[in-house]
Design a protein around this ligand. Structure first.
Ligand code: SGN
Ligand code: CA
Length: 516
């Protein structure tokens, strides 16, 4: 009798025990605004990122990786919940407060016995929930001597350069603070490469002798693309890209829209460092104002300054990812840890004449995603399947042996990491951007992008404009084919797919706008 009772209970325990043994650690490194064009394992025209490339070389590189809503807070909320913005409730940066009482992946990991921690940019306004340890930046945070919000809800100013400080804190937590008897999930959220690209002291002069190639669409006039004509993210336009704040051409007496913010940011430096900083940028500014550049010369000058500063902050980032990998190796954790590197979205590096993100065009719909896999996960090299940031939550749960809740909308990437290629994998992704009116003036839009290179976008509400692209012929998305003769069937097909996705994800509000 007794045996019969004990046996089934042992059997039910077995899968849990097996899962517990394979419970990999997760180190998730996410940067801000780091785009694939500026990561040499994706694109080697501009910079070298040897440490980031190491992750891809030892593991996998996703070549069709997308976000659900190309903006910081929304992207983070998608990642944490495995749900599109309309379901997790965080659709905008502005005025958004993440509902931290909802189900999140870190909470589920925690309940399953994981130690969870987040360090760095959070940007969701409410204080983090679901983490055993957190230490986050207020809002966008600062590059120099940054403030952090502690678990006691105090704001503490740290000494040093943001990327180094975040990495120190992350390594310190792994080495000294966590409960080493438990598996862990650590979220390292870096601030670079967010505006306004303030470099670490040792890289102040890096890339200053480099001239970056101007993208072929730099002088795009956005014909046939109404929303693109109305944006405010032109490098050339001083009302959009500020000559002082963004390109650091400050001289005493000059006032621009963002010059006070700039002075406040660099004013955080210790006085000796501020002197070093000014010793590099002041002569550049003097020379710049002497030259009185206008038109194309001014636009290209600003582009070079933008590229150089972005590349400088990236150098510190690459160093620090290297430092994190070295720590994991030296601590003997690499074999049992999934290391993920991604960004909250892609970014324009002068394509279409722009900086910033938001649009569903390729540069900002995409996000870099590389992973170093623990022993036992066999995939290597490129993964072609379409993946999206709503997939991270279910992936991490599965990796941890935790059941994925039915209301999560993403798909676990575990089969892909095991080297499998499921036949029924998604053939399209759904996108929905909400933040308008807002900085950079990108109109609300949603759309579908298919694995065979088609894209349909609807800009809606105070605009009504559809766009259709065939990326196979027009990878730069310069030719809006919507309403062009011969595209009727394709348009109908994509509209059907769009509606299917809106129904699948239950985006009722968007469904209503289709008929505008
Ligand atoms: C800030 C920036 C914007 C940027 C948003 C959102 N302006 O508001 O250029 O688009 O953040 O970026 S700034 O003058 O404050 O630099 S996000 O990555 O956080 O979504
Ligand atoms: Ca961002």
């Amino acid at each position: 009798m007794e045996k019969k009772i004990i046996l089934p209970s042992i059997l039910t325990l077995l899968p849990a025990v097996a899962a517990a043994q394979a419970r990999y650690n997760i180190v998730y490194i996410m940067t801000d605004d780091h785009t694939a064009q500026m990561m040499s394992c994706y694109d080697n025209r501009f910079v070298e990122t040897p440490n980031l490339d190491r992750i891809a070389a030892d593991g996998v590189r996703f070549v069709n990786s997308y976000v659900a809503n190309s903006l910081s807070g929304p992207s983070r909320a998608c990642m944490l919940t495995g749900k599109h913005s309309h379901k997790n409730g965080f659709t905008h940066n502005e005025n958004g407060i993440f509902d931290g009482t909802q189900q999140t992946m870190p909470k589920l990991l925690q309940q399953a016995g994981y130690q969870t921690a987040i360090i760095g940019k959070w940007h969701l306004e409410s204080l983090p929930t679901g983490f055993d340890y957190w230490n986050v930046l207020p809002g966008q945070g600062d590059y120099y001597n940054p403030d952090f919000i502690t678990m006691q809800n105090d704001t503490v100013r740290e000494h040093g350069y943001i990327t180094n400080v975040i990495t120190d804190k992350a390594i310190n937590w792994m080495e000294h603070s966590r409960d080493k008897s438990k598996p862990f999930a650590l979220f390292i959220h870096h601030k670079p490469c967010h505006r306004c690209w303030l470099p670490e002291m040792k890289y102040l002069t890096a890339y200053e002798d480099k001239t970056f190639p101007v993208p072929e669409t730099f002088y795009d006039q956005h014909e046939g693309r109404l929303a693109a004509q109305q944006q405010e993210m032109q490098i050339a336009d001083n009302r959009h890209m500020d000559i002082v704040y963004d390109t650091k051409m400050y001289r005493p007496g000059i006032r621009t829209r963002l010059s006070d913010l700039y002075l406040k940011m660099i004013g955080r430096l210790d006085s000796a460092d501020l002197q070093r900083y000014n010793d590099v940028y002041e002569p550049m500014a003097r020379d710049f104002y002497r030259r009185n550049l206008t038109g194309k010369q001014l636009a290209e000058f600003k582009y070079q300054r933008y590229m150089r500063d972005y590349a400088k902050v990236l150098k510190s980032l690459d160093d620090n990812v290297g430092r994190t990998l070295d720590y994991l190796k030296q601590a003997g954790l690499l074999d049992n840890t999934l290391v993920v590197y991604t960004s909250d979205q892609g970014f324009y590096m002068g394509e279409h004449g722009w900086f910033d993100k938001r649009f569903m065009y390729e540069e900002s719909l995409s996000t870099p995603l590389v992973m170093r896999l623990p022993k036992g996960l066999k995939a290597r090299g490129d993964i072609q399947e379409m993946v999206q940031n709503i997939d991270y939550a279910p992936t991490f749960l599965q990796i941890a042996g935790v059941a994925v809740p039915a209301d999560m909308q993403g798909t676990s990437l575990l089969p892909l990491l095991q080297g499998k290629h499921p036949k029924n994998w998604r053939k399209s992704v759904y996108y929905h951007y909400y933040e308008y009116p807002a900085e950079h003036s990108v109109k609300r839009h949603y759309g579908v992008r298919t694995s065979d290179g088609w894209k349909l976008i609807h800009f809606y509400r105070d605009i009504n404009a559809w766009e259709l692209y065939n990326l196979n012929d027009d990878p730069n998305e310069l030719h809006n084919l919507y309403r062009q003769p011969g595209t009727e069937q394709k348009t109908a097909e994509l509209k059907k797919e769009l509606i299917r996705l809106q129904q699948q994800y239950d985006d009722q509000a968007a469904l209503k706008f289709n008929e505008m």
